[in-house]
Write a protein that binds this ligand. Structure first.
Ligand SMILES: [Zn+2]
Ligand SMILES: [Zn+2]
Length: 349
């Protein structure tokens, strides 16, 4: 099989050849049709996340190079081990990558994506930047119906991440205002999913006019340039005192501050993006405004199940996806890092 691997952190990826694995036990071998390129791949490729104040979170530990990243995988089942059930060769499936150990208390509670011994595809074990990927169990495979191939894989990360974050605000925002911060790949997924599952007036904030326009076309009720000095005032006036909930799909100091500053009393800010920096807020305002600040990381298998049912029912409008050859991965990671991509890029072997 051919893989596009990181051989040195931050350096161009290399095409490598290795024997195609044979599925054993309950494993399933999938031929990759497309793999979405996620912003977190940029950080994984660089080897760190920015924690602000000059501090970095090292994400190279426990991983030997060369390594195959890529966690928004869709493909076709090729073969399965003798213990695998419910799959047949030729099935087209999206792969849920947030795989845990399967037997700790966290996994047993249904939060496999938060397992302390996570073995996520494309993070802890070989992922989808290759022509084949080995999936440990058929329960991680999801039918995407007749969704276009380049789009289908994006549900495994940007889709389920947005869905899970919105689950945390849907009740709070009901009948009120929801602010979506950042209209990149995950933010756009958040916007289209919010229109389906959250009954609220939706505001979208982005600093990029092209992304604001994309959000407007995708159904945002209001768009606002969060770098504009009057943006906060516009949101406060347009929402009669602030939004009930904000989801920060950027996760930068400026974006989280914008979300915090536009919250109504009793509001909730959910931080999803991993851009980097430090969140600061005056402590007395937590009780005085009775606000909640919560983090959200990808999504659970149950949330993936729920999301994919909506996808198959045609209830989630597509986000813009551009297909590129897998050989253009390095350029794509650079484009993502520089904010040059609207929607999502999916690479194909
Ligand atoms: Zn991702
Ligand atoms: Zn576990």
């Amino acid at each position: 099989m051919k893989s596009h691997q990181v051989v040195e952190y931050g350096k161009p990826l290399a095409a490598t050849e290795s024997p195609t694995p044979e599925p054993k036990g309950a494993e399933v071998l999938v031929r990759v049709a497309a793999c979405g390129v996620c912003h977190s791949d940029v950080h994984l490729w660089e080897g760190h996340f920015d924690l602000g104040g000059g501090n970095r979170l090292d994400v190279t530990r426990g991983r030997a190079l060369p390594f195959t990243f890529g966690h928004e995988i869709v493909g076709e089942v090729v073969s399965a081990g003798p213990e695998a059930t419910g799959v047949s060769a030729g099935d087209r499936r999206v792969v849920y990558p947030w795989i845990g150990c399967g037997h700790c208390a966290v996994c047993e509670s249904g939060e496999e994506h938060l397992c302390p011994a996570s073995q996520a595809l494309g993070v802890g074990r070989a992922g989808g930047y290759a022509d084949h990927v080995l999936v440990p169990h058929a329960r991680y495979l999801f039918d995407a119906g007749d969704v276009p191939i380049a789009l289908a894989g994006t549900y495994a990360c940007s889709g389920v991440t947005a869905f899970s974050a919105l689950q945390k605000v849907r009740r709070r925002a009901h009948g009120r205002h929801l602010l979506v911060i950042g209209a990149g790949g995950v933010g756009m997924a958040g916007l289209v999913i919010a229109r389906e599952i959250v009954d609220a007036e939706i505001w979208v904030a982005d600093i990029d006019p092209d992304k604001r326009e994309a959000a407007r076309v995708a159904g945002a009720d209001h768009v606002v340039d969060s770098s504009d000095a009057d943006a906060r005032k516009a949101v406060m006036a347009g929402t009669a005192g602030g939004v009930a909930a904000a989801v920060d799909f950027v996760g930068a100091e400026s974006s989280s501050a914008f979300g915090w500053n536009t919250l109504a009393r009793g509001g909730k800010l959910v931080i999803v993006g991993l851009f980097g920096g430090t969140f600061q807020a005056p402590l007395p305002l937590f009780p005085i405004k009775a606000v909640t600040v919560q983090g959200s990381y990808v999504g659970s298998p149950a949330e993936m199940t729920e999301l994919m049912a909506l996808v198959r029912a045609g209830r989630i409008p597509p986000i813009p996806v551009e297909a590129r050859p897998m050989a253009e991965l390095t350029r794509t990671l650079e484009d993502l890092r520089e904010g040059r991509i609207v929607g999502r890029v999916a690479v194909q072997p």
